[in-house]
Design a protein around this ligand. Structure first.
Ligand code: GLY
Ligand code: MN
Ligand code: MN
Length: 445
């Protein structure tokens, strides 16, 4: 079914605006974005469906099996293929949008049943000079893309037409997605608000003798109650030395009296992700050693955020955190020597092995190059990223001056938006300073 609907009258949706920007860069290319596959947890039992970030970004489509075809050129066209209505299938898995409703909901120029993909895709692809498509096994599209490229290679020299190159959609989309628009920032604010609610629920559940999974349940229960689709990633509740395992997700230990608990959790809301880490003293108060390490990490967080502004680079943010971490390791008596020499030798990496930041958005680790032309990415208004320094004293490495801190792991993670004149800490509603954390755990905040 083709045609113009009433929904196309009025201000363009954010999806239409993004498509306009895409078409301005697509030239004569054709972009094909299939929906994310349904993933199986075991045998025929499915995970809850998680739509494809790129397809959603450009169209708002969240249904499985959909395919968007965006043909660039002087008269760009957005063709959408969706599952047809099917009462039997809908009895099992719920309502499908179908072609008619998809036409008014997503405003494509043309909308067809995905059953017509085989018959229609070849001619859409043949009209482009390049195909923007990410090869993925079994999405029903790849064979048409290969065939179109082969046809053009065979016939192109005579007809001068057809697609001659396959390009990753990220070549255009990653840079677009790096600068968040108003609707995306709004969505991120919601994800962050619910992530904060989860952190607060997790903090309230803490105490000596509490199973880590009870904390996980408190966090994720709050996420769902507040309207999140799911945690954006497996919640990390690392108590004691488990905090020193960077991707600890078992959450099967029991929080010991006096231990620190590293809680790294984020809610996915409207497909956008919050990502927050706080490290709490389970008993409500930091020990002297815990507090000393904690203050270094929070100082690194503050220093990193203070340099995050337009014109600085993402490497500057990491460098600012690293300086405070290295100075802190010297003050703690763990390292000795000249700061610059220590940084150059990378000795601190035994205790702070990861980067300070990653881009944040529709994907937890959102796409976008961290370098460009060999230099670190310059920050621009609309970029959103985490600032998450940490210090981890793995017991096996805690020798010499580090022995005093053995088993202590601290990470503090905020989500930061670059604004026209600096930055906004989206997660500022959740404290980080040690005294504030203690007050929060005492129910005074
Ligand atoms: N929780 C994953 C991350 O912070 O990147
Ligand atoms: Mn993160
Ligand atoms: Mn995180």
């Amino acid at each position: 079914m083709d045609g113009v609907t009433e929904s196309q009258v009025g201000p363009p949706s954010p999806f239409e605006r993004r498509r306009e920007k895409l078409f301005a860069q697509l030239g004569g290319g054709v972009m094909v974005l299939p929906a994310a596959p349904t993933r199986f947890r075991s045998r025929d039992t499915e995970y809850r469906y998680r739509p494809d970030s790129e397809l959603f970004y450009l169209t708002g489509v969240t249904e499985p099996e959909a395919v968007a075809v965006l043909v660039g050129g002087e008269e760009p066209r957005f063709t959408l293929f969706v599952r047809p209505r099917d009462p039997d299938a809908e009895f099992w898995a719920g309502p499908r949008m179908g072609v008619d409703r998809a036409l008014s909901a997503f405003s494509p120029d043309d909308c067809h049943s995905v059953k017509e993909l085989a018959q229609r895709l070849a001619s859409l692809l043949d009209g482009g000079d390049r195909i923007f498509y990410r090869t993925r096994h079994g999405d029903g599209v790849g064979t048409f893309v290969s065939a179109a490229l082969e046809r053009a290679r065979a016939r192109g020299p005579r007809t001068g037409g057809g697609p001659r190159a396959l390009v990753d959609p990220g070549e255009v989309l990653d840079d677009m997605r790096l600068i968040k628009d108003e609707q995306e920032i709004e969505a991120l604010r919601k994800a962050v608000a619910i992530s904060i609610a989860g952190q607060r629920a997790g903090a309230r559940s803490l105490g000596g003798g509490v199973p880590e999974r009870t904390v996980e349940a408190a966090v994720e229960g709050a996420f769902r109650r507040e309207g999140a689709a799911a945690p954006g990633f497996a919640t990390i509740v690392g108590s004691g030395t488990n905090a020193c395992v960077l991707h600890y997700v078992d959450n099967e230990d029991t929080v010991q009296e006096g231990a620190l608990v590293l809680l790294d959790a984020g809610a996915e809301v409207g497909l956008y992700n919050g990502d927050i880490t706080r490290t709490y003293p389970a008993s409500g108060h930091f020990s002297e050693e815990q507090r000393a390490v904690y203050d270094v990490v929070d100082g690194a967080r503050t220093a990193a955020i203070s340099v995050a502004q337009p014109g600085a680079t993402i490497a500057d943010v990491h460098a600012a955190a690293t300086v405070v971490i290295v100075d802190g390791l010297v003050t703690l008596g763990v390292l000795s020597g000249d700061r610059d020499d220590l940084i150059e030798q990378g000795v601190h990496k035994a205790f702070f092995p990861h980067q300070t930041s990653h881009w944040l958005g529709l994907d937890l680790h959102d796409p976008g190059d961290y370098t460009r032309g060999g230099a670190s990415r310059v920050l621009e208004p609309g970029m959103v990223f985490t600032v998450e320094p940490g210090l981890y004293f793995r017991p096996e490495l805690s020798k010499g001056g580090a022995a005093r801190y053995s088993g202590i792991g601290v990470r503090i993670e905020d989500d930061v938006l670059i604004t026209a004149d600096g930055n906004e800490v989206l997660t500022a509603g959740l404290p980080t300073a040690a005294e504030d954390m203690e007050a929060m755990l005492a129910g005074e905040e």
